[in-house]
Design a protein around this ligand. Structure first.
Ligand code: C2E
Ligand code: MG
Ligand code: MG
Ligand code: MG
Length: 280
């Protein structure tokens, strides 16, 4: 930004940069506090079979319950968490809460987003194993969502990490598929169970025939490789109809339900009560 403004603006630049740095430090301190005090919440969004009839699982999405700003969306804090290393603790909180919630609801899977920064840590598979042990969740009901960037950064390391996670019996989903730069060979090389077609392709369905062609290709590719294909961002009945006919296995989007607090999810889907209440 400094270069854009040119040499004459050096002083203005410095003042502004100081403000940015101060703001960032402030936000970082607040995020650190939130992670320490557990102000990080997990919302759940339903995932259904392609006919939209049966609930099969849910995605856990992080929310920062800020004391006076209210709920802050992940788009505003995940990157900062990654840059500051706070993502490890934050990710553990999300993983723990998500698995604990899912453990009470037999038959459903829980999908949890994992940052490339978390994946890079050699002890990440141990963390996953520990959380499974603590929460009692069957490994097969946990899905870890990674993005293509995981494979591009350091393919060899990523392969080792994904394999050891897979060895635990946990499933791997490739999130936001189609937005990254992974080559198709990665799809064969890496141990992946699910493909999540990015919601931008679904949104583009409203704009014309090209999006439909791309979606057909991506869905067929996933199916041909033996993967389960999920569409995200399903907002309308037309989207759902198209995606079902195109061969998607599962669907997720506002049409079926927004991400919501665990208690609300429980109320809507009438799931088993929490053990602590069942005992009381
Ligand atoms: P994502 O993993 O692709 O999650 C799906 C996002 O799409 C969520 O946004 C969800 O609220 C939104 N969404 C779902 N259905 C619809 C729909 O029908 N229409 C539209 N317009 N949007 C829909 P959210 O919760 O804001 O999360 C944004 C991203 O932040 C996530 O994208 C994920 O990459 C990241 N994220 C969220 N929670 C975590 C976390 O615990 N750890 C990490 N590392 N990343 C997270
Ligand atoms: Mg995701
Ligand atoms: Mg996604
Ligand atoms: Mg996405």
């Amino acid at each position: 930004a400094a270069k854009e403004r040119g040499r004459g603006c050096a002083i203005a630049y410095d003042v502004e940069m100081d403000k940015d740095v101060a703001q960032r430090r402030f936000f970082e301190r607040e995020l650190r506090g939130a992670v320490l005090t557990g102000e990080i919440d997990v919302h759940l969004q339903p995932i259904l079979t392609a006919d939209g009839e049966t609930l099969v699982g849910m995605e856990a999405l992080a929310r920062w319950n800020h004391s006076y700003r209210g709920a802050i969306m992940p788009g505003e804090f995940i990157r900062l968490a990654e840059e500051t290393g706070l993502i490890h603790q934050l990710g553990n909180i999300v993983l723990q809460r998500a698995c604990r919630a899912a453990a009470r609801w037999p038959g459903l899977f829980i999908s949890v987003n994992v940052s490339p920064v978390q994946m890079r840590r050699p002890d990440f598979p141990d963390v996953v194993m520990a959380v499974l042990g603590e929460t009692g969740l069957e490994p097969g009901r946990l899905v870890l969502e990674v993005t293509e960037s995981v494979m591009i950064d350091d393919p060899e390391k990523a392969l080792v990490a994904l394999r050891s996670i897979r060895d635990l019996g946990v499933q791997i989903a490739l999130d936001d598929f189609g937005t990254g730069f992974s080559s198709l060979s990665y799809l064969r090389k890496f141990p992946i169970d699910k493909l999540k077609v990015d919601r931008s392709f679904v949104l583009d369905l409203d704009k014309g025939a090209e999006a439909a062609t791309i979606l057909h290709c991506v869905i067929n590719l996933g199916r041909a490789l033996g993967l389960r294909v999920i569409a995200e961002g399903v907002e309308t009945v037309e989207h759902a109809r198209f995606l079902r006919a195109a061969g998607c296995h599962e669907m997720q989007g506002y049409l079926f339900g927004r991400p919501m607090p665990v208690t609300e999810f429980e109320a809507i889907y009438g799931l088993a009560p929490a053990p602590e209440r069942a005992v009381a």
